[in-house]
Design a protein around this ligand. Structure first.
Ligand code: ATP
Length: 190
């Protein structure tokens, strides 16, 4: 059986007593699986990620999580504007698998020597995926990772992410039901 990378059991959480966002919510994710979280604006999708990252504490229930990285909606906010990408990647990860990842992501080394604003949104999102993968997470949280990109690039970036699914589990927040049903093993509505 594949490794479990995330186990949420009977989670309850709300910012206020009046409006609980999660009541007895459970979720299990294994290595090699991609599950999508969909829900209306305000349903609690980002809150769930904050709980998984340990930035918020459950009021009830437990969350067991393996080594985790996150890819955000807006790739420009993922990098400091004043340093080259290579500088920022070196800071957080070992570069052992850099060449094979760059090949996988169709990413040219020269781009790593540039500043974030010198890249297109699609290129920069690929750089943030490369950085996340170099950190060798067992769980990757994807918060609308393609929403800042145009349609053609969206699909390309999702395909590149999925190429790396073997060694980790992925949890994807999206508003896009078509995307969710295309790529996820299970779609969870909250
Ligand atoms: N720090 C906070 N304090 C109090 N309430 C909060 C806080 N953060 C979020 N909320 C409220 O909790 C609810 C869930 O917010 P959350 O950001 O998790 O929703 P979401 O599903 O990610 O929404 P969206 O799709 O718009 O990003 C919202 O009603 C929001 O106003």
């Amino acid at each position: 059986m594949q490794n479990t990378v995330l186990e949420i059991k009977n989670l309850s959480f709300g910012y206020t007593k009046k409006k609980p966002l999660f009541e007895n919510f459970s979720l299990r994710l294994k290595q090699g699986e991609l599950k999508a979280i969909v829900g209306e604006s305000g349903a609690g999708k980002s809150t769930l990620f904050e709980l998984i990252l340990g930035n918020l504490k459950p009021q009830n229930g437990t969350i067991k999580v393996s080594r985790v990285s996150e890819i955000f909606q807006d790739p420009y906010s993922s990098f400091h504007p004043s340093y080259t990408l290579l500088h920022q990647i070196k800071d957080v990860a070992s570069l052992d698998n850099l060449n094979s990842l760059m090949e996988n992501m169709s990413f040219e080394y020269d781009l790593l020597l540039k500043l974030p604003h010198e890249l297109s949104g699609g290129q920069l999102q690929r750089a943030s995926i490369i950085r996340a993968m170099l950190m060798q997470p067992q769980l990757l949280l994807l918060d609308e990772p393609t929403s800042a990109l145009d349609n053609v690039i969206q699909l390309e970036v999702m395909k590149m992410l999925i190429k790396n699914l073997d060694s980790m589990g992925m949890l994807l927040i999206t508003h896009d039901m078509d995307l969710a049903s295309w790529c996820a093993d299970e779609v969870i509505r909250i």
